[in-house]
Design a protein around this ligand. Structure first.
Ligand code: NI
Length: 270
């Protein structure tokens, strides 16, 4: 059986092969003398029982992770719900899993995503490999992808990329050579990567104990049923956490900030 470190390594290998900017930024930070620690990693899924948040969380619960999100997080506009999980060893990354509230969309979208998920073998969802399985359905057509995009960029992303890490997040707190969070963002931009500017490059602030930024998702070529196309895939994120009045570092997530971070995979002309 895998250890947690082996699982995380496997997830990183899959993710960084899809998102070469992550590997490049990771290497640039190491070259600077930094040791990169992950604040969290994030998955996207749908609230269908076969593939819901609980299914993706299961392998992490086996490794001792616990739901630390209370009532969870709602994203009203994007029609998402999310939870986050923490390990008792605070050096292990948190795990953030969101799901699309499928029933809140059009019958067409509901049918499209249900048809996709019907094709996923039950067995696959019961192993850790589900977390790197990509899409286990016949590729959707370019038109279906466009129709999904119109209703939900998130649903379109899941249709094109399936189950894999959407982003890893570098912990600013574990870095030692930057004077502040904007300094790290400047370093990333200086290395040639664009940051997601929706709502400003830095989401959150010291006042809410969390600052986050992210790259714009790396474009990759995807095979649709009727054509190949280059679309945004995964992004790399950065987070700085501040101590709360009780002296403990804030460990949760901010729906307002995450709402804008989700837009890092927005379709754009590449
Ligand atoms: Ni994140």
């Amino acid at each position: 059986m895998l250890t947690l470190d082996q699982l995380l390594q496997k997830l990183w290998m899959d993710y960084s092969s899809m998102n070469q900017q992550a590997g490049a930024i990771h290497r640039a930070l190491e070259k600077r003398g930094e040791k990169v620690v992950n604040d969290h990693l994030a998955f996207r899924t749908l609230n269908l029982s076969k593939v819901g948040i609980d299914v993706l969380a299961e392998p992490f619960l086996k490794f001792g992770y616990k739901d630390a999100s209370g009532k969870g997080y709602f994203f009203k506009e994007k029609k998402l719900f999310a939870r986050h999980y923490e390990h008792s060893d605070s050096n292990q990354p948190k795990v953030f899993i969101s799901e699309l509230l499928v029933e809140e969309f059009s019958p067409t979208l509901q049918k499209t995503v249900k048809d996709m998920i019907d094709q996923v073998p039950d067995k696959l969802t019961q192993t850790e490999d589900f977390l790197i399985s990509g899409f286990a359905w016949k590729p959707v057509s370019w038109q279906v992808y466009q129709d999904l995009l119109k209703e939900s960029e998130y649903a379109a992303w899941v249709a094109a990329f399936g189950f894999r890490v959407n982003h890893f997040t570098v912990s600013y707190n574990a870095l030692t050579s930057f004077k502040d969070f904007p300094d790290l963002n400047g370093f990333v931009k200086g290395a040639g990567f664009s940051l997601n500017a929706a709502g400003g490059e830095i989401k959150g602030s010291k006042d809410v104990y969390l600052e986050q930024s992210s790259t714009l998702a790396h474009p990759v070529e995807v095979q649709f049923s009727d054509r190949k196309a280059v679309i945004p895939a995964c992004y790399y994120e950065f987070a700085r956490r501040y101590p709360m009045p009780n002296g403990k570092l804030f460990q949760a997530f901010l729906p307002d900030s995450a709402d804008k971070i989700f837009e890092s995979t927005n379709f754009r002309t590449i």
